[in-house]
Design a protein. Structure first.
Length: 343
């Protein structure tokens, strides 16, 4: 029976992967980009992927902007658990109906970053710089003057709040996942400061260990490592893979970029319908802090969904397990934008 069940799951995964639309990747270059720090980069390269075809609609365009998290890239969305749920035929963001844009933020992926050569002489970017470059990619690079949706995970979720404040009329809807519209303080700031200190000492292993813990999901980790020996093997393998794939300067800059994030003073500027989705087992945004409830009341058309802990949640990383939140996400889009997607 177990073999049959495993085969069935494999067939489902293969079928989902076969339906994931092909992404077209390209680069957009901004000449002499002035960062908020006062530094200038002669050529700021933004790598990005698009899926689907751009079309004009009654409201503007069918474009959807998807934003990744700290240290991530557009690749985190091109898999079965995200694209295979949302972008496939009948999905909430069916690529035959929507034009999906996924950039690598500055400092990340294949976009300009410290490890390209400048190292510590690379401009010290922040979230404002990232959001400005996203906007230029859309407006100047792709000719998108209005979006159907802006959504993002973790850092991308935080930047979604910023989009709603900076350009209130830019999108029909906003969906920040695994984020909070508040200054980074308390434990959230402390673990980031610990990582910064480790990386400034070039102790990549220590920084990666912290990153593993803050992204942890107790139920999932227990299933992955049910015995002491399993746990030891798991962490050994994880550290070997992750440390080898981590550049100290890139990660340092990425963590530091959150230093002045704080959309809380201007939440009333957000006029687009907004659905904030968090998970109750999120170490980075723990619900017991009570940040979200008063904040969402200040958003004119805001709604907050807290997903309860379950066998399907994955801590902070629940943001990319789209099957967990696809139903309320779809219902929100259909109710708020008037665009229905057949199942």
């Amino acid at each position: 029976m177990r073999q049959i069940a495993a085969l069935a799951l494999l067939l489902v995964a293969v079928a989902a992967h076969a339906q994931v639309p092909k992404a077209v990747e390209a680069d957009f270059v901004v000449k002499d980009f002035h960062f908020r720090s006062g530094e200038v980069l002669p050529e700021a390269r933004i790598h990005y992927a698009t899926i689907g075809t751009l079309r004009k609609t009654a409201h503007g365009t069918n474009a959807v902007l998807v934003l990744h998290g700290t240290g991530g890239s557009l690749q985190q969305f091109l898999n079965d658990r995200f694209a295979g749920v949302l972008f496939t035929p009948g999905g909430a963001l069916d690529a035959s109906r929507f034009f999906i844009v996924i950039p690598d933020n500055i400092g990340h992926g294949k976009s300009s970053k410290p490890s390209d050569g400048l190292r510590t002489k690379f401009p010290h970017y922040d979230y404002d710089d990232m959001v400005e470059l996203q906007h230029r990619l859309l407006m100047d690079g792709l000719g998108v003057d209005h979006l159907h949706l802006v959504m993002g995970t973790s850092m991308g979720g935080m930047q979604t709040w910023m989009w709603g404040e900076r350009w209130p009329d830019a999108a029909d809807a906003l969906v920040p996942l695994a984020s909070a519209p508040a200054q980074i303080a308390g434990r959230n700031r402390i673990w980031r400061k610990m990582m910064i200190d480790d990386l400034q000492r070039n102790d990549v292993a220590a920084a990666v260990q912290i990153l593993l813990i803050v992204g942890s999901a107790p139920l999932q980790w227990q299933k992955s490592a049910p015995t002491r020996d399993d746990a030891d093997r798991w962490i050994t393998d994880q550290m070997k893979t992750r440390v080898a794939a981590t550049d100290a300067d890139d990660l340092l800059y990425a963590i530091e970029s959150s230093r002045n994030y704080d959309p809380s003073p201007q939440l009333e500027r957000i006029t687009a319908p907004l659905l904030a989705i968090n998970s109750a087992d999120d170490f980075i945004n723990p619900p017991e802090l009570g940040i979200m409830e008063p904040a969402i009341k200040r958003v004119k058309h805001g709604r907050y969904l807290l997903l309860p802990v379950s066998e399907n949640t994955h801590g902070h990383s629940t943001h990319t397990w789209a099957a967990v939140w696809e139903k309320p996400f779809r219902e929100f889009l259909e109710a708020r934008t008037g665009v229905s997607v057949p199942h």
